[in-house]
Ligand binder design. Structure first.
Ligand code: 1HE
Length: 268
């Protein structure tokens, strides 16, 4: 049942597995600004299909070079001269990859830098936490390229920033960066130093939670959001029934009951 990630063939991705269960995934096509060609999308499908069964406790998604991801490989798209059905099927593979990420149950923390644009923003928005640094900027240039989003932006980017802002980004090419990007919801953190260092620190924190708890956080919240409020409330109760009675939680509850567990305090 357990998958050994080292046996997977993953073009344009580099993996580093750390002892504490943190997996660092690096987009490794910097000469093309980590643009997503069909081969890379397949690698993301393969990887994120396996991650939930590989003992990974948290993922950091980062990139080689100055830019996180330039989106759809426009040159491949140009040269392939795809028909509508071909492109629809390609988009379905993007959805397969990004759904595996969002619903897979393993926390994914995106360490952003430089361009996070078009399909690159669709990829980032499938992560559970996004960290921007001073160089990071977000845009949906599809409008200017004569294209439309096809990797889930209408669902995830609109979910983050709202429909009106997404429409503005696409109609006018508006770029968000700095504190404004956090204010509108594109990133949860803006750091002064390296987004990768910050992402690894947060991944280590998340990795200390019980895996079944993280599974619920990183799959149930998204699934429940797709349901009616009535069904979501029912399903939440069922999930809580399983998660909140897991034997592994006993030790943590004992510590609280004995007064030895950390208390929740405001930041200094
Ligand atoms: C690419 C791509 C790409 C760079 N596909 N090859 N995405 C966009 O519209 C973004 C397009 N890219 C850019 O605006 C810029 O390249 C960047 C701001 C990301 C980086 O600028 P810069 O000056 O560092 O690099 P560059 O000189 O523009 O590009 C360097 C190389 O990367 C060059 O290749 P080379 O062989 O000539 O050296 C570029 O062609 C290549 N490159 N970006 C292919 N995107 C499921 S639908 C999703 C819809 C979309 O995502 S639309 C795409 C939106």
């Amino acid at each position: 049942m357990t998958v050994d990630l080292a046996t997977l063939t993953l073009p344009n991705l580099a993996l580093e597995q750390q002892d504490d269960g943190v997996l660092i995934v690096t987009l490794s096509r910097p000469a093309k600004r980590n643009a997503l060609n069909a081969e890379t999308v397949e690698a993301l499908v393969t990887l994120f299909s396996a991650v939930p069964r590989a003992g990974v406790r948290a993922v950091v998604l980062t990139a080689e070079g100055a830019h996180f991801c330039a989106g759809l490989d426009l040159v491949e798209h140009h040269d392939a001269d795809r028909g509508p059905a071909d492109f629809m099927h390609l988009c379905l593979r993007w959805h397969e990859a990004f759904n595996k990420m969002e619903y897979g149950g393993v926390p994914i923390i995106a360490a952003l830098k430089g361009a996070v644009v078009g399909g690159g923003l669709e990829l980032a928005s499938a992560a559970h936490i996004r960290i921007a640094d001073a160089s990071t900027y977000f845009a949906l240039p599809e409008g200017q390229r004569g294209l439309f989003t096809g990797g889930g932006a209408t669902i995830r980017v609109a979910g983050l920033v709202g429909k009106a802002r997404m429409i503005d980004m696409m109609l006018t090419g508006r770029v968000y960066q700095g504190p404004e990007a956090v204010e509108v919801g594109l990133a949860q953190y803006l750091v002064e130093g390296s987004s990768l260092d910050a992402a690894v620190a947060l991944a280590r924190k998340a990795a200390r939670n019980l895996p079944l708890t993280n599974f619920a956080i990183c799959s149930a919240i998204s699934h429940l959001g797709n349901m009616s409020a009535l069904d979501a409330a029912y399903a939440e109760a069922v999930i809580a029934g399983v998660v909140n009675t897991q034997p592994a939680a006993r030790e943590r509850l004992d510590a609280f009951a004995k007064g030895t567990a950390a208390r929740v305090r405001p930041n200094d």
